[in-house]
Design a protein. Structure first.
Lengths: 106, 113
């Protein structure tokens, strides 16, 4: 059975901190791992990772995949209160992780 | 406007009633999905469809029925609603392959009394 596990479940930091969110996966016929951000409404797409070791970046956010150890991390530097959200990891279409609830305090 | 729309946005109904949640997308995406989101469970896949007239079960299909007679529509029906089906339901679509990012609707908040 495919499984995607995220850690930590929740995280509280202060503005300016750097955070690292983890996603480990066990999926058959792995093709890609995706990160989404969910604020109050629907999830919105952040990154899609298919190859090991290649970092994807968008502003203060970055993500990388390790296909040997079966995990990915999402890094957010210089956090802002607007980063408060649930970050979701998704593997192979059918399986979302439970999410990490990030709260950034002023 | 192009996009994915769900209706209704909010629905309250009673146990035993049939209720249908609608999902419509204008991108002609091949794949469409239905998820439910509950506290403590994240997003769980109910059903998905790879094309018109092709549907498949996800993680939690029991109590739900889907159909896809047209590419753009993917309704989800609860044939006899139960309280455990109280949830937020999200519809999503993605282009031709299984590993393109999904685009989500704004969700339907369903309460079953």
């Amino acid at each position: 059975e495919d499984k995607v596990v995220q850690s930590p479940l929740s995280l509280v930091v202060h503005e300016g901190d750097t955070v690292t969110l983890n996603c480990s996966y066990e999926v058959t016929n792995f093709r890609s791992l995706l990160w989404y951000k969910q604020e109050k409404k629907a999830p919105t797409f952040l990154f899609m990772l298919t190859s090991s070791g290649i970092e994807k970046k968008s502003g203060r956010l970055s993500s990388i995949l390790d296909k040997k150890e079966l995990f990915s991390i999402l890094n957010i530097t210089a956090t802002q209160t607007g980063d408060s959200a649930v970050d979701l990891c998704w593997g192979n279409m059918l399986t979302f992780g439970g999410g990490t609830r990030l709260m950034v305090k002023p | 406007d192009a996009g994915i729309t769900q209706s209704p946005r909010y629905k309250i109904t009673e146990t035993g009633r049939q209720v249908t949640l609608m999902c419509h997308q204008t991108w002609s995406h091949s794949y469409m999905f239905w998820y439910r989101q509950d506290l403590g469970h994240g997003l769980r896949l109910i059903y998905y469809s790879a094309a018109a007239d092709i549907t498949d079960k996800g993680e939690v299909p029991d109590g739900y029925v889907v159909s896809r007679s047209k590419t753009e529509n993917f309704p989800l029906t609860l044939e006899s609603a139960t309280r455990s089906q109280t949830s937020v339901y999200f519809c999503a679509s993605s282009p031709g392959t299984r590993n393109q990012p999904q685009h989500f609707g704004d969700g339907t908040r369903l309460s079953i009394l």
